[in-house]
Design a protein around this ligand. Structure first.
Ligand code: G6P
Length: 613
């Protein structure tokens, strides 16, 4: 989704804006632009395609100035084109605006403005904003009041950066629904859509709140609400280590993040198991035993990869706690909120904490009296600020668009929640808990084992990446793993892939199977008949000449003669097996994408953080 940066300081702004935009590239974009304030007024450069194009444009036709805004656009309204790229200007070219979000009533506003003589250049929703501000400004208000008056008329979501040619030392920022942070430096200040953009530049940040506006210069930050009342500025230290936004020698962020998983899980384990009275579920606002016992239901809400984590969470919570558990997609729940109420723990799972549909689900549940809890990777995100209880996955910035370490951290977090709920509700004996504790501590090493098989997995991917389509099959705890494996594959390798509950294969996808179709079968050993049922499904694939890639528990040779390729992973209890299985599938997708020559960290059309509906 669109990325915004802004700068006011003593240094030339262009290079800083470009550097910030580069660090937001992971969000996904199709065009980019900057606008700067110079002594001579406001100037702007924009272009389609990668930031390199903007870089070249600026090299040939540089912009001077120490105050500016920049943007990477992910098209929603209007095709990717230079004219639709941001910044957008008012008719007189005095006001420039960059925007992330959607102005939902833009058609109505545009019609009104056109009737008043405004001429629009683009097809975007954003362009109404500079025109509206200009209309309010020429009505005699001061600029800040004009911005406020314009924003009050906008429905939808926005994070905005705004320049005014008449005020060469300042820029403005505003937020409703889409994230925006202000970074505080020495004699310079920034804005950005996300921390990595300014991580190396500042030590303190202010998280702009809903319906807040900021007036920012090199030496001063002023905050206001939409009524124009001043709001105190409360900076917070920035705690992420700057190097976590670098590739650390890996060829891509995604590969680096895949390899970070053992460390991420180990530190999660330590911070949740090695605490007095552990395990602990939530880092902030944890539920006491009475609160766990009073619960009647847990409803999980999420999108994308986090939704698959939630599907896993439901299985585990139901198995361990006896609670009734529902899983909802944010985009569906917001329009069809099932039965939730004060006895529901509404648990949102989100890497970014900014996904519009997940947040909408949370607000809907809040209105129905639910207690809101979150499993989230980003402190200070909107979700974290709107939740009563928070479990931080602490995976560090995830830059690769395809989620990897955030997913395994979400699975692990859901294990802590399930264990705590089960213990408080008297469903887990001390011995059983001790056994879980022991086995959980093996997981990081088990992940290392899979990572060490990277080359072998790359060789398997090299054989299969050209297939027309691929199937991923799993049962019970590994059904969500199959869904996630297929998602990884389609996200970065662009090969059509479907994840399926293995028992459902015969109800449709079996028609796809022939000698060209790779079928990834998750054949983890279980203590009951589920394993045998899975093996039967593999035989069904064999009978149709599908190309079987079997992920099996180490030491299991039952499929050696059936599968074209076998990926052994450490044998863990079934509930923990998704943690190792998914790493094998991440690598499989990764090397397939690499064999196809794709841009792995920036897959086409995708956005890291989907802040619009
Ligand atoms: C986008 C990302 C996915 C992510 C999903 C939900 O689609 O590309 O990787 O799973 O959003 O994001 P969240 O930040 O809420 O986990």
């Amino acid at each position: 989704m669109c990325g915004i940066v802004g700068y006011a300081g003593r240094r030339p702004a262009t290079a800083l804006l470009l550097d910030g935009l580069r660090r937001l590239e992971y969000r996904g974009y199709d065009s980019a632009g900057v606008a700067l304030l110079e002594a001579g007024g406001l100037t702007c450069r924009k272009t389609v395609g990668r930031l390199d194009n903007l870089d070249k444009l600026l090299a040939g036709d540089p912009l001077a100035g120490r105050v500016g805004i920049g943007h990477t656009r992910w098209a929603t309204h209007g095709e990717p084109s230079t004219v639709n790229s941001h910044p957008h200007l008012d008719g007189a070219g005095r006001i420039a605006v960059v925007h992330n979000g959607i102005i939902e009533n833009y058609q109505e506003l545009r019609a009104e403005l056109e009737a008043r003589g405004c001429v629009f250049q683009s097809q975007t929703d954003t362009e109404v904003v500079p025109h509206l501000i200009a209309a309010e400004w020429t009505a005699g208000r001061d600029f800040l009041a004009a911005v406020r008056a314009a924003l009050v008329r906008c429905r939808g979501a926005y994070a905005l950066g705004i320049l005014n040619a008449a005020e060469p030392d300042v820029f403005y920022a505003a937020r409703k629904g889409s994230p925006l942070i202000i970074g505080l430096g020495a004699e310079e200040n920034f804005i950005a859509s996300d921390v990595p953009a300014i991580l190396k530049q500042v030590a303190e940040v202010v998280y702009l709140e809903e319906d807040q506006l900021a007036r920012i210069s090199a030496d001063c930050i002023e905050l206001f609400d939409l009524a124009g009342q001043a709001v105190p500025v409360q900076p917070q230290p920035l705690t992420l280590a700057a190097e976590s936004a670098d590739r650390a020698g890996f060829e891509t962020f995604m590969l680096k993040e895949i390899h970070e998983q053992p460390r991420v899980l180990r530190s999660l384990l330590e911070s949740h198991l090695d605490v007095p009275g552990g395990p602990r579920a939530f880092d902030r606002g944890d539920l006491d035993p009475a609160a766990w016992r009073a619960l009647k239901q847990v409803t999980l809400v999420s999108c994308g990869t986090a939704y698959y984590a939630a599907l896993y969470g439901r299985l585990l919570l139901e198995r361990l706690t006896g609670l009734s558990v529902a899983v909802e997609l944010g985009s569906e729940f917001r329009y069809a909120p099932g039965k939730v109420g004060p006895e529901t723990l509404f648990l949102a799972v989100s890497q970014s904490g900014e996904t519009a549909d997940t947040l909408a689900g949370v607000r809907c549940a809040r209105a129905r009296g639910c207690r809101i809890a979150a499993i989230c990777n980003v402190d200070g995100s909107t979700l974290v600020r709107e939740s009563d209880a928070v479990l931080f996955t602490h995976a560090g910035p995830e830059i690769g668009v395809a989620s990897t370490k955030a997913y395994t951290a979400q699975l692990m977090s859901l294990i802590f929640v399930a264990l705590c709920a089960a213990r408080a509700r008297g469903e887990l004996t001390a011995d059983a808990l001790a056994e879980w504790d022991r086995e959980l501590r093996h997981v990081p090493d088990a992940l290392h084992y899979v990572l060490n098989r990277g080359e072998a997995i790359a060789a398997i991917a090299a054989k299969h990446y050209e297939g027309p389509s691929s199937l991923y099959l799993g049962r019970r705890f590994n059904y969500p793993t199959a869904l996630e494996g297929a998602l990884k594959n389609k996200e970065i390798s662009y090969q059509h892939a479907e994840g399926y509950a293995a028992g459902e294969m015969k109800h449709g996808p079996i028609a796809l199977i022939n000698e060209y179709v790779p079928v990834v079968c998750l054949c983890t050993r279980t203590e009951d008949e589920v394993y045998e049922k899975m093996i039967s499904n593999v035989r069904e694939v064999e009978a149709r000449h599908g190309r079987i890639i079997a992920v099996v528990s180490e030491g299991d040779h039952q499929l050696d003669d059936v599968a074209e390729d076998v990926i052994p992973v450490p044998a863990l209890r079934e509930e923990l097996s998704p943690l190792v299985n998914v790493v094998a599938l991440q690598l499989l997708a990764y090397y397939a994408a690499r064999a196809r020559g794709n841009d792995i960290d920036k897959p086409r059309n995708l956005a890291k953080s989907v802040t619009v509906e």
